[in-house]
Design a protein around this ligand. Structure first.
Ligand SMILES: Nc1nc2c(ncn2[C@@H]2O[C@H](COP(=O)(O)OP(=O)(O)O)[C@@H](O)[C@H]2O)c(=O)[nH]1
Ligand SMILES: [Mg+2]
Length: 230
């Protein structure tokens, strides 16, 4: 035996990482509840349309609700600059190589925002269909985007993300006819994996489907606003 106890120690370390994250995620939840603010975690592959979806949604509801965005990227601040350019508070987190956001990074971003004035905080997670699904941030809603250009086999390859999400946005519907993406195959497949998931078909490019999604989100924000609070 080359590494006695090695595997067990690795498992214990991993459990420790998840437990520590879970604890801070709960603190984030409490902070959000105290301020009656809603946090939405947007997860997808790089290029699926996370930033565009956030910007389109803010176009639709950003005047009625007070909104801010936390941007997670390995490096750079391109997305935060785009959001700030539209006049919304934006905080960039650089993970420096890590492929997902953790609750403690989001906590430090929330502490820099005027939480008592906010109704909605979008968190754009790092582009990745794997690890973001494993790290809770204390969010009210986990939203994943699958764009039709990525192919319709993704639920089979990345089942955890599809199982964990509350909402699936199928984006780039304007490109459907140029791809072999089979909508009628994907929807029942995802429904079978996650019976309660909400699905919206959207084109951020053309704006189609955005209103229906925005209406759904508006109801979630309003319910949170009417809940307990401080
Ligand atoms: N055709 C098309 N392109 C889109 C759509 N949504 C986003 N894009 C493009 O896809 C690219 C990546 O979008 P972005 O929002 O930056 O993706 P992110 O990396 O997930 O944040 C950009 O060139 C967008 O213009 C859409 O609905 N249709
Ligand atoms: Mg982006």
């Amino acid at each position: 035996m080359k590494n006695p106890g090695g595997e067990k120690r690795k498992v214990e370390v991993l459990e420790g990482v998840f437990d520590a994250n879970e604890m801070i995620a709960r603190e984030n939840q409490e902070l959000l509840q105290k301020n009656k603010a809603c946090m939405v975690n947007i997860m997808a592959s790089p290029g699926a349309g996370k930033t565009n979806l956030i910007m389109r949604t803010l176009e639709s509801i950003g005047q009625r609700f007070s909104c801010a965005v936390v941007e997670g990227d390995i490096a750079g601040k391109v997305d935060a600059e785009k959001i700030a350019g539209d006049g919304f508070p934006a905080i960039q987190i650089n993970t420096g190589g890590s492929c997902h956001l953790e609750a403690k990074q989001v906590k430090s971003a929330l502490e820099r925002l005027e939480m008592d004035k906010l109704d909605l905080i979008f968190v754009e997670n790092v582009g990745n269909l794997v690890c973001p699904a494993e790290f809770s941030l204390g969010e009210d809603l986990k939203v994943m985007i699958l764009s039709v250009a990525e192919g319709d086999d993704k639920p089979l390859k990345y089942p955890l993300m599809f199982r964990e999400s509350d909402v699936l946005i199928i984006n780039k519907m304007d490109l459907l006819g140029f791809t072999d993406f089979e909508l009628e195959k994907v929807k029942p497949l995802v429904r079978g994996m996650n019976p309660s998931i909400r699905m919206f078909e959207i084109s951020c490019r053309e704006g189609t489907g955005v209103e229906e999604w925005a209406k759904y989100l508006e109801d979630v924000i309003t319910k949170k606003g009417e809940s307990g609070g401080a």
